[in-house]
Ligand binder design. Structure first.
Ligand SMILES: O=C(O)/C=C/C(=O)CC(=O)CC(=O)O
Ligand SMILES: [Ca+2]
Ligand SMILES: [Mg+2]
Length: 399
């Protein structure tokens, strides 16, 4: 039998990926090559069995809640379906990806943002706190993070109104209220909790990461640096980051990322037992940031200091339970060089070294009308690539 879909071996959305989405037409889907299968229709037609989690589902939450055994079973069914041969019944549920209007793939329960790239932490410390030690004493003991605002997580393509707020530059005597003058981005990877934890049992063991997390999305944690700098001490980020957080429409399964696993950096000093993984790994995921189309940075995820398994163990370590739809982000991904930084405050060193875009204009922070697109691919042993697609957004004037 001829497989009804044969993506090229180097297709980032080949059958080794199978990322899931939700659509504005109210059905959930899976991508294979340049096609999207309507999973609700496929389940109703008996082509796939997720225990009803796809049928009539406006987003992925029901499927996410079903847990690892269902995720594994459905992934195998989809692979069989896609390689098993052409049938008319399958074909009628396929849509060219360009014609599908993508929505927020899941309803976000809680949103947490970490701060786990050592290079990023060093850079921000040098910029915000030049007289303080580069890493605060707790940084290598626990993954620093804060609880963000779930209700303002938006899907890629959503316009971002320039936030307003209180800001006070160091040379200003008094704070004033108005549009942010230092609007920035943060390129991050976001992990999506599927199977919840049991409230009375509390903490998720660091080795149980894959039992709870279904997959990953790209995140742009838009950040107003002037609002942030004035408000954040001593309680941390608040309005400087809560106005909008963009995510990519495709949720890439952890299963697709298995072949992109790489050893994670060695942690020194050793971590406490609840953060010690029996197998410690990161993923070889490489991001690209485009500012009005110009490639300005390539942040590498592989070198992240705190892994998503450690982040989940830590965020539940006090007994807080995790819910279906919880989203936790890696923290800004920055590598060793300016061309690998995950934010513009780092890329332009707080505006001191503006970047030149292909249209000849220079930029330090975002102007109204600017579009930022973050894309990423996972690089697998054997050469396959796993596409995340992109998360994009355009800054508009707040009216
Ligand atoms: O170091 C600071 O004061 C600020 C850090 C950030 O703004 C980064 C943040 O939101 C966490 C992260 O993305 O790594
Ligand atoms: Ca962030
Ligand atoms: Mg945010």
């Amino acid at each position: 039998m001829t497989p009804w879909i044969q993506p090229a071996a180097d297709d980032p959305f080949g059958l080794h990926n199978l990322p899931l989405c939700a659509t504005r037409d109210g059905w959930v889907g899976v991508r294979a090559g340049d096609l999207v299968l309507n999973l609700a229709a496929a389940e109703e037609a008996g082509l796939v069995d997720a225990g009803g989690a796809f049928t009539g589902a406006p987003n992925l939450n029901r499927f996410l809640a079903a847990g690892r055994p269902t995720w594994t079973r459905v992934r195998a069914q989809l692979t069989d379906l896609f390689t098993g041969g052409v049938t008319g019944t399958v074909e009628q549920h396929l849509h060219p990806v360009d014609g599908v209007a993508l929505a927020l793939p899941f309803e976000v329960a809680d949103y947490v943002d970490f701060y786990s790239s050592e290079q990023h932490a060093n850079n921000l410390s040098a910029i915000f706190r030049p007289d303080a030690p580069s890493l605060l004493p707790n940084w290598k003991s626990l993954p620093i993070g804060y609880h963000g605002r779930a209700g303002t997580v938006v899907v890629s393509g959503t316009d971002i109104p320039r936030p307003q707020g209180q800001r006070k530059a160091p040379d200003e005597e008094r704070p004033s209220y108005g549009p942010s003058r230092r609007l920035d981005v943060e390129a991050e990877l976001g992990f999506v909790v599927g199977a919840p934890s049991v409230p009375s049992k509390g903490a998720i063991a660091v080795d149980d990461f894959r039992e709870h997390v279904f997959g990953a999305v790209l995140v742009n944690d838009w950040s107003a640096r002037d609002i942030q700098a004035w408000e954040y001490q001593p309680l941390g980020p608040f309005l400087g980051k809560s106005f909008a957080t963009s995510v990519s429409p495709w949720v890439v399964p952890l299963d697709a990322l298995e072949p992109a696993k790489v050893a994670a950096v060695v942690q020194d000093p050793p971590v406490l037992p609840y953060l010690a993984e029996s197998e410690r790994y990161s993923y070889d995921i490489r991001c690209e940031i485009r500012w009005n189309g110009t490639l300005v940075s390539r942040p590498p995820y592989a070198g992240i200091y705190w892994t998503p398994a450690q982040q989940l163990a830590h965020l539940t370590a006090n007994g807080a339970w995790a819910r279906t739809g919880d989203l936790y982000a890696s923290g800004t991904i920055s590598g060793d060089t300016p061309e690998q930084t995950g934010s513009f405050i780092e890329r332009t060193w707080n505006g001191a070294q503006p970047v030149r875009l292909d249209d000849g204009m220079t930029r330090s922070f975002l102007l109204d009308g600017d579009t930022v697109t973050i894309s990423a691919t996972g690089w697998c042993t054997g050469g396959a690539v796993v596409g995340f697609g992109e998360v994009t957004g355009t800054v508009v004037t707040q009216v």
